[in-house]
Each structure stands twice: as structure tokens, then as C-alpha cells.
Design a protein around this ligand. Sequence first.
Ligand SMILES: Nc1ncnc2c1ncn2[C@@H]1O[C@H](COP(=O)(O)OP(=O)(O)O)[C@@H](O)[C@H]1O
Ligand SMILES: O=C(OP(=O)(O)O)[C@H](O)COP(=O)(O)O
Length: 396
Amino acid sequence: MIRTLDDLDCEGVAVGVRIDINSPLSETGLADDARLRAHVETLSELLERGARVAILAHQGRPGDDDFSTLAAHADRLDELLSFPVDYCDATFSAAARERVAGLDGGEAVLLENTRFYAEEYMEFDPERAADTHLVEGLVPALDVYVNDAFAAAHRSQPSLVGFPQRLPGYAGRVMERELDVLATIEETPQPRVYLLGGAKVGDSIGVARSVLERGLADTVLTAGLVGNVCLLASGAELGTASAEFVYDQGYWDEIDRAGELLDAHDELRVPVDVAIERDGERHEIPVAELPQETETPAMDVGSETVAAYSEVLADAGTVILNGPAGVFEEETFAHGTRELYSTASEADHSIVGGGDTAAAIRRLGIDGFSHVSTGGGASLALLAGDSLPAVEALDE
Ligand SMILES: Nc1ncnc2c1ncn2[C@@H]1O[C@H](COP(=O)(O)OP(=O)(O)O)[C@@H](O)[C@H]1O
Ligand SMILES: O=C(OP(=O)(O)O)[C@H](O)COP(=O)(O)O
């Protein structure tokens, strides 16, 4: 059983809250604050109920351009919440403990990027994670631990799995809602249609296999780079440019896995036409007529595919979307994503997973979905039937 904020007495209690505010950055700070907004409900509820809140979070990966301090994140949280949020440039040292000890009820401090410490970028089993400097250093300042970081719940890192070994653990509101929706897909209305696109080919084919083998999917529609790989697996001539793109990424195993799935499951569908760039313009070609030599790869599904897939989506009881249908960042190739997502948003039950997928619906201005997940890798793991280490660590 996982405890939630409903089970927590907050008044005067020092609560360590792990959130996921890992965000795209610009030169001046945050380029997008969607992930910060997602946690406002949990943080506000704790603060309103009188908790003293120490916030833990990561930003980027060591060595990457977006690996940064959390100062800008603290400023933005302070603006978003009607409670004060301070920033502390320490995470588990005496300085961090003192800042937490000095909080009054209704006050919060955002501690420094957990990944500034080497142990946090390693994966451990929970018991070993609880012995890390980060957890041992901060535990004396805390009474309880709340995990609201669904988007990082597939990582077995100390701030995610170690604390609930030492402190009573609770799920925050984001975590609770994500699990309510994504861990109970098998109870949603049928027919259940999965639209898998985007560029995480291995993950998406893993999801396709899992939902087909478990009988969860009535139809799996493929698009984006995932669709291109499935087309190659089906024996289609996709043109040299698309094939080279796929082979350059080393997707040999994925082509084999997709081929096995296509042989075993008629419910797995591939695009019938694609869009490429020719003379700077969008050009649609039926897959059967694709010239062997192409200069540009397939960047979107074509209108025939949109029409065929839309019929399936329009009849669905539940639609689960992961990954855009094309390179939606370029207007020329946003057509498939815009049309298919708009139709999907009209289903009785529609679930969106994936960071870029969520960005695509915001950019294209499509709303009306039943649930938009905050997580990419975490939602894919759940959809594929895997358990999440950080969720298991909260389970009593
Ligand atoms: N046909 C395609 N060829 C290359 N990239 C594609 C294609 N279709 C979609 N993409 C790219 O896939 C990326 C998003 O995929 P992915 O990371 O799997 O999504 P998510 O973050 O939602 O899981 C986008 O940047 C988009 O440009
Ligand atoms: O952004 C995240 O994952 P996502 O891109 O799969 O949604 C999480 O913050 C996890 O980050 P990580 O993939 O660097 O461990």
C-alpha cells in the first residue's frame, strides 16, 4: 500500500519533497515551466497545511549543457506559489540542515541540484541508496519524505529510493494521479488504441510488444521514426535517406523485433504513405511508390495514413499516445501529429505520455485529453508493464 498526503499530518513537520523540475533551459533561465507548474498542487497543499518543506530535485545530467544550479527554478517556484520558496546552494551538508531547521510552517527551501553529487547519478538498490552521503546527511533534518517526482520514478537513485528506507514515505499528488491513470490502463474502455511515434524506437517497440502480448491493445498504430523502422521491418522500400537514417542510429535489433511483432500481430499497423522534403516543400508519396533513391528521409506520415489511422482513433474507447507522428517542430511536418492528435483528443478516454509529446500538444494548441503525463521514460516503462523503482520503494 502506498500512503498519500491524505495520510500525512503536516503541521510543523519537516517534509522532504522530491519533485521533477528537470526542464529545458534558455540563456536567461527556464525555457519552459510546465514541470514546475505540475508540482504546485502538492507543494501548496503541504505548505497550506503547515509543513516545513525541503524540496529536492535534479536538473540535467553531468557534462550536459543543461546541467545547472536550481536558482532559477527556486525563483520561478516562488512566483508560482503563494508561499515563500527560498534557494539554498547546498543539498545535504550542515548548511542545508540548518536552512531546513530554520524553516517555519508554511515556508519552503529548494535545495541544490541533487546530481551535483556523484552518488545521485548512480543507481542503487534502495537499502544501499539509503547509506549514501546524500540520504544520511539530510535525514536528520527531516521527519517524513514525499515523492512527487513521477517523471524520474524509473531511476533507482538515492533521492528517489533511499529516503523512504529511513523515513515514512508518501506519494505526492502528481505521483498519485499518474499512477491512478497509467497503472490501471487495463481497466479503461475498449477498443484500446495505441499510437506510438517519436524517436525512442527501442522503448516504443518494447511498449508495442508488451501491450500486444498482454492483450491490452486492440490496435497499435505506428508513426514517426518508430513507423519508419516498422516499415523497414515489413520489407518496404523506404528510400535510401530514411533507411540510412535508421541504420546510422544502429536500429538493427529494433528492425528484427518489429519484424517478429508484425508477423505475429495483425493489430500492429504501419503507415501507407509518408511525407518527405523536396525542393523545400512537403511532398507526400505512397510507400509502395517511394523511389529507391531519396535525398531526404520520411519526416511525417502522409494524408492517406492520417485518414486510415483517424478512422481507428475515432472508434476507440481509449487512446494512448506516445511520441509525435512526425518532426512536428517543423510546420511542414506537423500535419500528421496535428490531425491524429486532434482526433485522439476527442476519444472518451485519452492518455498522453512523453516529454516531447506533451510539448507537441502545447505547441500545436491541442487540448481536451483526459490525462497528460509529466513523464517520458517513466510513462513508457509503466505502459510496457514494468514497475518503477521509486514507486516500489514507497510501497509498504
Ligand atoms: N520521422 C521522424 N524522423 C525523425 N525524427 C522524428 C520523426 N518523427 C518524429 N521525430 C522526432 O521525435 C522526437 C520526439 O520523440 P520522443 O523523444 O520519442 O518523444 P517523447 O519525449 O514524447 O517520448 C521529436 O523531436 C520529433 O522531431
Ligand atoms: O526528464 C526526465 O525524463 P524524460 O525525458 O524521460 O521525461 C526525468 O527528469 C529523468 O531524467 P533522466 O533521464 O536524466 O534520468
